[in-house]
Design a protein. Structure first.
Length: 338
């Protein structure tokens, strides 16, 4: 039986992206030096169309055998709106096929074309994977990527249909199990332009805030106020407030203040309605450098800074929050079916 591990930040998940309009044998990796910009919104090197902008997590897939190799895979099923393009002979002949044959296969040419059309991509577009923790960018032509289907571990393998599969693109195969964590702090994008800002993301390291911060910036709630934390990024100070119910943290509120003492963003992260969800530990408080979940900084060209990595969800997918009151959260498509 396959073992599938969503890579997450953007987080147990963490992070890929499809521009709904819109390039493995050789992978180009680039690293850039830090710049000293400190503006609220990063200057765009080129204009990116954010009107249909979808982000995705990466997944690692392997058999349940000890020390087995893994594949790195990106599912686009969350944004593909039509019947998934499984080759007709797979469904027709499934009773005669072995489980190994059914659990993973490459799409034939007609199915590949249908998949690309359904997510508004062409063979001339590219996949960009940005490992923001190490500032590495990979650019892969879509024409060089295999379009593949992996059987969802939550499917009934006795009666398969197109929705039993996760459809997408294979990033790498037969990787060592040590690669499981490589893409924990990574996001990516399908399109014809690189949307990522170089070397402007930073791990959020928290410290305890003074007791007066809670009274100054956070209003009273039916919930009990817990500890207060703070962190710094460029000209912004982040304040985070715990809210408790029966001694457990059930909500966290974030307020961002600029150096003019103006409130520029306010976010609430809640476990309400989240069956089995939990908060990730805070780096600097209850997590070390090996377990960093919250990240912040300029991530997308022409967009305000972001922050993410507060909640781990059993159901549904996480989101990226922009540090701007006018910007909506950007959900991460993670193909979470259970």
């Amino acid at each position: 039986m396959m073992k599938i591990k969503p890579i997450a930040a953007l987080v147990c998940f963490q992070l890929i992206i499809v521009s709904c309009r819109k390039e493995e044998k050789k992978i180009v990796t680039t690293e850039t030096k830090t710049t000293n910009d400190s503006v609220k919104t990063a200057n765009p090197e080129e204009k990116i169309d954010y009107s249909n902008f979808n982000i995705f997590s990466l997944s690692t897939i392997s058999s349940a055998e000890k020390d087995s190799d893994i594949d790195v895979f990106i599912s686009v099923s969350d944004v593909y709106k039509d019947v998934q393009p499984i080759p007709a002979d797979i469904i027709k002949n499934q009773k005669q096929m072995s489980f190994e044959q059914l659990q993973h296969f490459e799409l034939d040419a007609p199915s590949r074309k249908k998949l690309l059309n359904g997510i508004h991509l062409t063979e001339n577009d590219s996949l960009y994977i940005y490992e923001y923790g190490s500032n590495k960018l990979q650019k892969m032509p879509i024409s060089k990527l295999k379009a593949v289907a992996y059987l969802s571990p939550y499917s009934d393998d006795q009666d398969l249909d197109p929705d039993s599969y996760m459809m997408g693109f294979q990033v790498a195969t037969h990787q060592k199990t040590t690669e499981y964590d490589r893409y924990n702090n990574a996001i990516a994008y399908f399109g014809n332009k690189n949307p990522f800002v170089d070397n402007k993301m930073k791990a959020v390291k928290w410290q305890k805030a003074n007791t007066d911060i809670s009274k100054k910036y956070f209003s009273h709630s039916k919930l009990i106020q817990g500890k207060t934390y703070q962190s710094q990024y460029e000209n912004m100070t982040y304040y985070l407030q715990d809210y408790l119910e029966e001694g457990n943290i059930v909500e966290r509120k974030l307020i961002v203040i600029n150096n003019q003492k103006e409130k520029i963003a306010e976010k609430t992260f809640s476990l309400a309605g989240s069956d089995g969800g939990e908060f990730f530990p805070l780096y600097g408080i209850d997590a070390d450098e090996a377990n960093i979940y919250q990240w912040t900084g300029h991530l997308f060209k022409g967009k305000p800074p972001v922050i993410f990595g507060f909640t781990a969800l059993s159901f549904g997918c996480p989101s990226i929050s922009f540090l701007d009151k006018k910007e909506k959260n950007l959900p991460i498509n993670c193909d979470n079916r259970h």
